[in-house]
Structure formats: C-alpha cells, structure tokens
Design a protein around this ligand. Structure first.
Ligand code: NAG
Ligand code: NAG
Ligand code: NAG
Ligand code: NAG
Ligand code: NAG
Ligand code: NAG
Ligand code: NAG
Length: 505
C-alpha cells in the first residue's frame, strides 16, 4: 500500500462511496452495493424487536482455498453462521431451509433488517440460516483483519468464487448434521449478496433449489449495461419527483465552480454549506452532494422517500433564495438539524476496506456519467481505474472481464433460457442499480419481478404492515407464491423418486 494520499482520499469519501481515485484529479465513485444505508440501519435497529434472540451462533471450520491443493490451501478459518430453529418443520417433513447469503459486511446488521426470512418462516416451516461472507465480521482468515488484508498472499483468497464455495460447504454440512438431505434450500441475497445467490443457483444447483436475488446488478459488468445507467436512474428519480428540483440540481454544479473560482470562494462555500472542515477543493463539495443524491435515490424507501425529502427542501426554500441556498436547504431537509454538514469526520468501515478490494480485483462495475444526466460528466476510464488499483494494492491487477467469463451475463436470455431455472430477480425501478439488473423474464422459472416505485432491496427488508404500500406487499406475495410453486414441484419429484427407489428397478 504505497499511496497514502490515495487511501486518505478514500477515507474522506467513504461512507457509501466506495471507489474514488484521484491520481489525475479525476474522481470516480462506485456507489456501494448494500441492502441498507447506514442511518436507516440505525433507525431500524432501534425499532426492531427481538428477532436476533431466536438465533444461535455457530462457527464452521472452513477451508481457506477450495480450488487448489497447495499446502496453504488446506489452512482453515472459523466462519460464522447463525441458525433460527423456531419455525422449522424438521427433517422428517423435509421442511425447507432458507439461507441468507451475507454480503460485503458483518452479518450482525442483517439479522434484524433482512425480514424476508423471519417474516415468512412460519408460512414455510423453514429453518433459517444466515451465513457471513469470508473476510468480513467474525469470519476472518489468518487470525486477524490486519493479517488477512496485509498483502496479496493473504487477501488473494478474498473473492466471490471462494465465498459461494464456502456457502455450498456450509449448506451441505448443515443438511447432513440435521439429517435434512432432502430438505429444499432456497438461497436469498440482496445487492452483491443477490448476485451471489443467483450465481450460486447456476453453479450449485444440487445445493439450492432456487434463489431470490434482490436488486442484484449482475449485468453491470463489462459492456453489458451502459456506463451511464446508474446516474441516469438517479436523474430520472429526481426529475419525476420534481422538475424544478431537477433543474436546480443541474444548474448548481457550474454555480459551485463559479463561486469556487473567486477569491475566498472556497471559504464562502464552506460557510454557506456549513462544512465540518473548510473545503480544500470544490470537488469535496461536489462529491458529497453527488453521493447524497445517489444515496437518496438508491434507498428511496417508503414511508420517508428521501428523494422527496431532498426535493422538498430545494423546492420549499423561500423564492428569493439563490441556487446554492436551495441546494443547502435540500441538504438540511435530508440530513436534519446538524452542527455541520459537508466533510463530516468519519472512520473507514470494514465494508469500505473490503469492498475497495473486491471492486479493485473482481467486481469491477463500470459506472460513468455522460452528458445526459443532471450531474457533471465523468466517464468511467478503465485505465485510470486500473492504475489506481495497482497503486493501492501493489501490483494486483483488476480483472474487468472475469465476472462475465466465470458467471456469464452477455446475452443472458439466449444463454439461460434453456439452462437455468428457479431464480427470481427482483428490482425496484427507482433503484439506480436496477439499470444493471435482470428486468425481463428469461424463462418460465427464471423470472424478473419489479416494481415501478421500489428502491434497493426493498422486498427483502422487514415488512411493516402499517407503512408498506400495497405494491410492495403484492411484490412480496408474488415472490412467495413462486417459491411455493418451486417447492411443490420439488416435493412431487421427490416423492416420485422415492417410489422408484422403493419399488426397485
Ligand atoms: C506477504 O507477507 C508475508 C509475511 O510478512 C511474506 O512472507 C510474503 O512474502 C508477502 N507476500 C507478498 C506477495 O508480498
Ligand atoms: C437545531 O439544533 C440546535 C442545537 O444543536 C438547536 O439549538 C436548534 O433549536 C435546533 N433547531 C431546530 C429547528 O430543531
Ligand atoms: C473514529 O474512531 C475513533 C477511535 O475508535 C473514535 O474515537 C471516533 O469517535 C470515531 N469517529 C467517528 C466519526 O466515528
Ligand atoms: C453530449 O455528448 C455527445 C457525444 O459525445 C455529443 O454529440 C452531444 O452534443 C453532447 N450534448 C451536449 C448537450 O453537450
Ligand atoms: C483515460 O485516461 C487517460 C489518462 O488520463 C487518457 O489518456 C485516456 O484518453 C482516457 N481514456 C478515455 C477512453 O477517455
Ligand atoms: C409511483 O409513484 C407515483 C408518484 O410518486 C404515482 O403517481 C404512481 O401511481 C406510482 N406507481 C405505481 C405503479 O404505484
Ligand atoms: C412501521 O411503520 C410505522 C410508520 O412509519 C412506524 O411508526 C413503525 O415504527 C414501523 N414499525 C417497525 C417495526 O419498523
């Protein structure tokens, strides 16, 4: 790690911005893939009841390297998983197993927030299993995070293929341990975890009967999705919420530049936006605002609808307010009453660090901005991206074509329509990542379920009877009925196969 400046830049921009390289003063941000946004998670944690009390924690002795037979491949680490037995109908009934795939962070937060499993356990008499992703939370190889992330010899085992192999091994182990070999497994994940769930069903059909992949942008790789997809959806969200709000944001960037270029301009902007630290460069302000709009769009959940909150502030400012005054009113409307707003101090989270590695090695998501959005153009430049990664990870070279080589993605309908089965790709079209999602049915059993007004991973979050809109309740019900359909077909097949075995051949 030979560039302090680079990691400082990252630290400054962390929270949900995952990638930002400033080697050539061109910043680039890949918004984080995560079912939940930081402060929502806090809200929900406080509101949530006693869900996690029903879980028992276990550790599985996991193989470091599933794909080689070198001496170090056989090293092991302790991988965390949790089981909730409360609703399980048991192995004799072949009652199902719902498995949640952890994504780029510690599992702890997901237990209360990802409600799809707990909300529906009784309906299916399901055993619930939540498995943590390697290199996050309490599932760290090499004894400590510091060692695990130290250099290419240790961090090299941190990739999606190893992660889904871990999941397969643990699921096999659990089925055996509880004599549940014939219990169907449904794997569930959101965002990056949703990609893992979909890929798992394709690679390990014997280990999962089906997958629910919520807001999984499996097509945001290589050249499959236009680079502009993400920010064009952010723009559309704001424009649909309010044309004047969209116009104000669009005009604000040149306004920021205009003031920044005057004597004392940065000081004036620092005051106007009540920054926590004086701005050193106008890009700090622009990056903060860009991230705020992107986050509001990605997590534009009912009942608060953050995009409407931002636009409410912008449009609600007194009519004589200038453009940047309106923008600041939007910031305050979104973030609430704070002592300062931009450049807030923050620590790098485990996710910041881990996701940086993942996006710099395998999960290269080319998000760029062209001149058709409400943002300043900022095309994705692969060579700049690669240079930044090589500098940060001393020589580790990103593999931008590996995901499509290993998992596919090009011509997905043509390729999968006669191969795959039992995958639900769910999306909310207001989620900017839906631009890289599967939005059309691929076959009768590989289906796309989307809602016009949904946001990132909304369907797998905890249900709330008093505030969930009808379209969300309906989306979840549709998904549950599809899963029931897979299971009844499986049970019929299972019965037939047992009869053949019993009758002998
Ligand atoms: C990583 O660090 C270990 C221990 O310090 C060292 O033995 C190994 O050669 C390093 N590997 C690389 C690729 O730098
Ligand atoms: C905002 O917070 C400050 C102190 O942190 C308080 O004095 C002020 O009344 C608050 N304003 C509103 C509108 O809540
Ligand atoms: C960052 O971490 C340090 C040390 O753990 C802590 O004292 C500080 O409050 C943290 N800052 C923020 C903004 O969370
Ligand atoms: C946007 O970019 C395209 C292609 O680079 C160019 O043809 C077009 O004139 C640009 N539009 C505006 C409004 O700048
Ligand atoms: C990417 O950036 C490099 C270095 O700044 C530049 O030379 C190159 O033209 C850029 N590529 C594209 C496709 O814009
Ligand atoms: C989506 O929301 C808009 C306004 O926010 C509303 O007019 C529209 O009817 C909604 N569409 C659906 C399908 O619920
Ligand atoms: C459900 O939504 C209502 C209305 O927004 C809220 O007051 C309540 O706390 C929520 N309940 C849970 C368990 O999140």
């Amino acid at each position: 790690m030979n560039s302090c400046q680079l990691s400082l830049q990252w630290r400054l921009l962390s929270v949900f911005i995952i990638f930002s390289i400033s080697v050539t003063a061109t910043n680039f941000n890949i918004p984080r893939l995560s079912p939940i946004r930081g402060s929502y998670f806090m809200d929900l944690q406080i509101l949530s009841t006693d869900v996690s009390e029903d879980f028992q924690t276990f550790f599985y002795t996991q193989t470091l390297d599933h794909f080689n037979y070198r001496p170090e491949s056989f090293s092991t680490f302790q991988q965390r998983y949790l089981i909730n037995f409360k609703s399980w109908g048991g192995a004799n009934a072949n009652a199902p197993i719902f498995a949640y795939f952890g994504a780029e962070g510690p599992l702890d937060g997901d237990l209360d927030v990802i409600g799809f499993l707990t909300d529906n356990a009784n309906r299916f008499n399901a055993l619930l299993v939540y498995i943590e992703h390697r290199y996050y939370g309490k599932s760290i190889p090499f004894g400590s995070r510091e060692e695990a992330l130290k250099n290419a010899s240790t961090i090299g085992y941190f990739n999606s293929a190893q992660a889904i192999a871990d999941y397969a091994e643990i699921l096999m182990y659990i089925k055996k341990k509880y004599q549940a070999e014939d219990s169907p497994v449904i794997v569930i994940g959101g965002s990056y975890g949703g990609m893992l769930a979909a890929w798992f069903r394709l690679k390990y059909p014997h280990a999962a009967l089906g997958a629910l992949a919520s807001s999984a942008p499996i097509l945001y790789f290589d050249d499959i999705t236009p680079q502009n997809g993400y920010y064009s959806v952010v723009t559309k969200d704001f424009r649909e919420a309010s044309e004047t709000c969209y116009q104000t944001i669009r005009e604000s960037w040149s306004e920021i530049e205009k003031i920044a270029s005057t004597p004392n301009g940065l000081l004036i902007l620092s005051k106007q936006f009540r920054t926590c630290k004086p701005l050193q460069d106008s890009s700090e302000l622009k990056d903060n605002l860009l991230s705020m709009y992107a986050t509001a769009a990605q997590y534009n959940q009912p009942p608060r609808y953050p995009v409407s909150m931002v636009c409410g502030g912008i449009d609600g400012a007194p009519s004589q307010t200038d453009i940047l005054g309106k923008i600041f009113a939007g910031v305050v409307a979104y973030k609430g009453n704070r002592s300062c707003y931009i450049n807030a101090p923050m620590n790098e989270s485990e996710t910041d660090v881990g996701w940086q590695w993942q996006t710099c090695s395998e999960i290269v998501i080319p998000i760029g901005i062209d001149n058709t959005t409400m943002f300043p153009p900022n095309p994705f430049n692969l060579s700049v991206f690669i240079d930044g990664c090589e500098a940060e990870y001393s020589g580790v070279h990103p593999r931008p074509h590996w995901v499509t080589t290993y998992y596919g993605g090009h011509d997905i309908k043509l390729i999968l329509q006669r191969f795959a089965s039992n995958i639900i790709f769910s999306n909310g079209l207001r989620d900017p990542y839906s631009s890289g999602g599967v939005l059309e049915d691929i076959s009768d059993t590989v289906v796309a379920i989307h809602t016009v007004n949904g946001s990132h991973c909304l369907d797998i979050l905890r249900a709330n009877r008093s505030s969930d809109p009808d379209w969300l309740v309906k989306q979840r019900e549709t998904e549950l009925e599809i899963i029931e359909g897979w299971m009844s077909m499986y049970y019929a097949d299972l019965k037939a196969s047992k009869q053949i075995q019993t009758n002998g051949i």
